[in-house]
Design a protein around this ligand. Structure first.
Ligand SMILES: Cc1cc2nc3c(=O)[nH]c(=O)nc-3n(C[C@H](O)[C@H](O)[C@H](O)COP(=O)(O)OP(=O)(O)OC[C@H]3O[C@@H](n4cnc5c(N)ncnc54)[C@H](O)[C@@H]3O)c2cc1C
Length: 402
């Protein structure tokens, strides 16, 4: 009945008063500092520095990072709550703050003590910005196919290649970068990739074009060009040639945050639709008194609550260290981001013509939702992960689906 889980107890969600207190404090930060500028972020395509500064003072960049490395502690659940509350009003701000997890997670999981102290600490304190450069023109889903090269020369590596769609790279002081150090082995395409920490001011690293993607205005990604960048050998994260594992394990953890972003986007769009359906009158009645509108409102809420539960469940499994959180995270990411897309679409319809006017601030949720279905592993790649994990868990068989 509960396969691949052993017991219905595995479905418990572990929320405490501490989580609720934290949620309230993020909500009050958002109401005071983000809500008033949410449409400016959209129009001007940038997050104001004083908002980032306030987030830094509140320690929001360190949520989910252990205190010994400059963070606030708290696990995946805290990070999910933060992402949900930020994305309810400004998904771009959610991404701007959460992107640091794509840098700190691989170092916390695989890095040396020295790397954690030198690189994670300033990023968790919000003193430095960081980005994660994996995707290339040739390959996004196919991490094993990347073409950036890293050649060992004495005590350092020389990196050459081009990374695209890199969130936060325009501001970043530090990057984790994947590169091929050895040829793949037969039947092991993933072998031979290594992850490096690269600093912004290392000669040869340049930030290229900005990508004019449809959503997340305020935090749009850029190209990162690596032209013979000399990186010290001690900046290798994890083992040489085993970087594929570092990259995909990172996404297993950060994916719960994208599920939470989907929940936040859906919640934001839903609240606007609900308020409008109560205030707007047609045929001398409020819109919500028409069954066609009321059923949309009911469906939106039903889907959001299901998405929220899945997200908190995946985060709880991850916080309990249950390795089956990987399948739960893929389920939650796929479901919640598709709910976000559906709910944002319905919210536009409830608004009628004004829903299509950018100034109403509703259609942006649909544009942002579409991105969440694609980044950090497209939802079809999540579906592959779900089936692969399921078959491995139940039958001990490794499926080659990609
Ligand atoms: C706004 C934004 C921000 C981003 N930020 C970052 C970042 O900070 N760092 C970073 O490294 N990357 C980032 N990305 C890149 C993102 O992670 C990739 O775009 C994503 O993983 C998909 O890769 P791709 O674009 O190469 O698509 P492809 O891999 O070419 O996929 C194209 C289509 O084919 C499907 N497909 C591919 N392979 C399979 C398969 N085996 N089975 C079934 N379907 C398949 C995909 O689902 C998709 O529908 C960002 C992207 C966007 C849009």
């Amino acid at each position: 009945m509960v396969m691949p889980f052993n017991s219905i107890v595995d479905f418990r969600v572990e929320l405490t008063e501490e989580h609720e207190l934290f949620r309230k404090s993020v909500r009050s930060f958002v109401e005071q500092y983000v809500e008033p500028v949410a449409m400016d972020i959209e129009r001007e395509d940038r997050v104001p520095e004083d908002v980032l500064e306030k987030a830094k003072q509140m320690g929001l960049f360190g949520v989910g990072v252990p205190e010994e490395y400059g963070g606030q502690g708290g696990g995946h659940l805290m990070e999910a709550i933060l992402m949900e509350e930020l994305s309810r009003v400004s998904p771009a701000l959610g991404t701007a703050i959460a992107v640091r997890a794509l840098f700190t997670t691989p170092i916390l999981l695989y890095g040396t003590e020295e790397q954690k102290r030198s690189y994670v600490t300033p990023v968790a304190r919000g003193e430095k910005f960081a980005a994660h450069a994996n995707t290339e023109p040739c390959c996004g889903s196919d991490v094993a196919g990347i073409q950036t090269r890293a050649k060992r020369v004495n005590d350092h590596y020389v990196l050459t290649g081009r990374k695209i769609f890199i969130t936060g790279s325009d501001k970043a002081d530090y990057f984790v970068v994947s590169a091929r150090t050895s040829a793949p082995l037969e039947n092991k395409r993933w072998w031979g990739i290594t992850v490096f920490i690269v600093e912004r001011d290392m000669p040869g690293l340049k930030i290229g074009q900005r990508f004019n993607v449809i959503g997340l205005r305020g935090e749009r990604p850029h190209e990162v060009i690596l032209d013979e960048v000399k990186v010290p050998a001690e900046n290798v994260v994890g083992e040489v040639d085993q970087g594929f594992k570092v990259i995909v394990t990172t996404y297993d953890h950060t994916r719960v945050g994208i599920a939470a972003q989907g929940v936040g986007i859906a919640q934001g769009a839903f609240e606007k639709a609900l308020n409008y359906s109560v205030q707007r009158r047609a045929f001398e009645r409020p819109l919500i008194s028409f069954e066609g509108v009321a059923f949309k409102i009911a469906d939106m809420l039903t889907k959001i609550e299901a998405a929220r539960l899945l997200t908190y469940w995946a985060a709880s499994l991850a916080d309990r260290g249950d390795r089956r959180f990987v399948i739960a995270a893929s389920i939650a990411k796929t479901f919640a981001t598709e709910v976000a897309e559906e709910v944002a679409n319905m919210a536009i319809k409830v608004h009628g013509g004004v829903g299509l006017d950018a100034e109403t601030g509703v259609e942006r949720y649909l544009r942002d939702a579409l991105i969440t279905t694609i980044y950090e592993g497209t939802n079809d790649i999540q579906r592959i992960t779900i089936v692969r994990q399921l078959v491995r868990e139940l039958f001990g068989v490794k499926l080659a689906l990609t």
